[in-house]
Design a protein around this ligand. Sequence first.
Ligand SMILES: [Zn+2]
Length: 569
Amino acid sequence: MSKKLQTNFLGVHWIKQRPFSDVTDPLGMNLRVGARLGAQLLYCITSVTQRARYYSFLPWCMMRYRDSQRGAPGAPGMVEAVFHREKALAIGCVAHHEGETCVRGGVVGSRKVVRGFAEFEGKAFTPSRVKLVQDPALNVYSASLVNLGLIKETATEAPAEPGEDADDEASVTSWNDVELTDLGVDVAKSYEAAVSGAPASRQLDDPTRALSWQRAADWASVGGYCELATEVAPDREVLLDLFFCRRGRAARSHELRRQTLLLILALARHLEDEGGPLDATAFMSAVYGGRVEYEDGPIPTVVPSQLVDIAARWKAYGAHVLMTTALQCLLSHVASALQANEAHRVSLAELAQTLSDPALEQAFVKNTGVRLPRRFGELTPASVNEALSVGDLGRNKPEIAYSLAQDRLRDMDVRGGPAGFALGLTLAGLVLEDYATWKDEDAGIWLAKCSNDDEDVSPAIMLRRLEQRFGDWRQTTWQDLTPYLLRKFVVGLHSNLAYEKQGRLLQLDGDQIRGNHAFNDVWADFPRLRSALTILQDLALLEEGEEGGLRLTVAGRTVLTNDLGECLQ
Ligand SMILES: [Zn+2]
């Protein structure tokens, strides 16, 4: 997947003036419903909190500060004190890895050390003086540390156990009042057990003292981010307990995270047993399409009965992400059509008319292998979807949708080509038709509940509106559906969100659309999933296989069998 976006950093992108070429998420689908769904499925594991050991290292930094610095004359504040240790470990990790950053990345501050390696190599440094990044990792991880119950503010009420609507809004208002909880102390002590033999761990209690390159490296060799998995790390078990809800909070949102992690492990085991590795794409293909395509054939998904509910929720999230891709492709098409038009103005009807362009036919065949019985515009979603599933023997409609989004529409040449417009609509039609079959099941209702705001758009909202407007929308021609879809869910949605600071690509003027800006950054993804895969590797439950992709470790198999109550095999 091509682009990394800090989707869970709500608001960060919107408060800055950005050039038009940088417009991201112009329909707000990633940041609104998408972020809500992701936050519930992987509570406390955000797109930017991807290394498991931060969850023990940061509490340890706070414990050392509390025990050795706080209250002493000239002592820094807690955030500053934690930041000093973070910087020392970032340098230590690069020293330990001889100039490389940690293998799965995500270490705040290490990039600068790698880039300026010659300046750093072999030299002592003073943690309080060295500058690597503007902000400490603590800022990024703090909400998760609060939500996991590792730290709390003494001056405020303990946060309520989050319900299903929980997201990562918990934040620290004043670091002066922050204390470790009992669980936080346990976690901190387990990291202490890993590093107490390294002199640097004590020396850092005075951050104005120079730390030698070698001592920093020695510390990282036992307390680094990768070493949680490679050594028998004392903090691994307690972190496992934390992420898998054996200790600490056990509210619904934590339970959903536990189930998600187990689902990843279960699919890794299943795919491995059938001869296929796991990665983020395989995971989503398994939960959305019901099987994963490998070079030597497909592997159908088998989900343990205890995880059927969480798998259905991931499928619902997948439906939203695929719809995001579809709508962004349509927006991209409209923007291109406006740029190509001299007056930078086209009507909704003119755009719909292009769906009957004869040139579309060949391009559609080229991209799908399917020759449509009539012009695309004259066909209905039901007939196009049917033609695809007949033409694509053996694959069900969700699989066709997933592969359209993942393999075809990610390619700018395809979505910008003569069939791009029709393929975007087809993807939307496939997702909606499938969603209609499970909308009244728990996961379908959950998806509808997550899109409860007037400005939210999700498959649930689209289906409802289409049914209200057209009745049997599946039997309405694309020619008739398209102006409505574009007005309501593409151009109108983009205009309504009015991200003034980010800029408006185009706007509606009666039945005309006006504008002259390109939009090519079609992007929809599952940002927290990547972090979860890294955290599971950090916890030594998954490891990289020899042929790429991930496979289950012995420890991973044990967690799975124990947590699912299966007989040990
Ligand atoms: Zn490392």
